[in-house]
Write a protein that binds this ligand. Sequence first.
Ligand SMILES: Cc1ncc(COP(=O)(O)O)c(C=O)c1O
Length: 337
Amino acid sequence: MVDLLHHGDREVGAGLVDLAVNVRLAEPPEWLLRELRDCVAGLAAYPDVRGATEALAARHGRDPADVLPTAGAAEAFTLLASAWRPRCAVVVHPQFTEPEAALRAAGRPVTRVLLSAADGFVLDPDRVPEEADLVVVGNPTNPTSVLHPAQTLRGLCRPGRLVVVDEAFLDAVPGEPESLAAHRIPGVLVIRSLTKTWGIAGLRAGYVLAEPEVVERLRAVQPPWSVSTPAAVAMVACSRPEAVAEADSLARAADRDRGRLVAGLRSLGVEVAGVPRAPFVLVRITGGHRVRLALREAGYAVRRGDTFPGLGPDWLRIAVRADMHGFLAALGQVLAS
Ligand SMILES: Cc1ncc(COP(=O)(O)O)c(C=O)c1O
């Protein structure tokens, strides 16, 4: 049985270099910290997300009626599981386990479609059963780092089906290619996160982009004041053109960092899955469990892969950081021992 509630944050520990959690910044940038500090004096008031809704809509060129701010991308899955009663919910795996966990917790049956390592974890739409009335897919997918073509995702649409695309990491891909966020597409719901790029996982800031009827159904089951005042402030701040441009340059840096990491891994003879496009890579190493524990001994926490449906103990996920020399040296030693 896979532990769907296991997440990378459980794998970090005192003194370990954190390559297990995909939050890119060690702390929020100074301009964001300043705005967050400034809003604290206003905490006596209940939160009002109207400004955040408008800012997010403007950032994506959408109507505010298409936007629902949420307490992190993760809340969107819980809202969806509560508001929808799919006859056949399909979750495309391996992927972030929260969508399936939320559906199961709400008593919704889930069918898994497992993509294969041999195919580089590329999405084959023919694998999704015709009867699926809810399909959840990550783009780029955590943990495979694969970016699926927008056209393939659009091809999943059917009358009476909701296609949920988790774009939690798309702002970490330069230019946000293959995103479905910019247009109101019937039957498509896009989920975004601000927590990874901006180092605000503790703040819980994400949002849904969908048709107004879909947004309304989710809003109807959202707990009141679910999005806090600081989260709403972060949504406005991170939607400004300068912030979006900064996210893009962070994404470009991550792209270069990932290129160096992948080259280093390959030079150690490590198999890197698929064509990674996100700021993390999935690798397969025989004896991965032993390697992961030995890396911890050496001071590095990487994310175990065996809690993702479709992967086993030989799979490890490694977050991309600017300087991976120490990690690659430690891994080389572990592999040689
Ligand atoms: C693919 C994916 N989607 C969504 C989330 C949740 O993001 P948030 O912190 O915005 O709730 C995560 C967190 O790890 C994730 O990996």
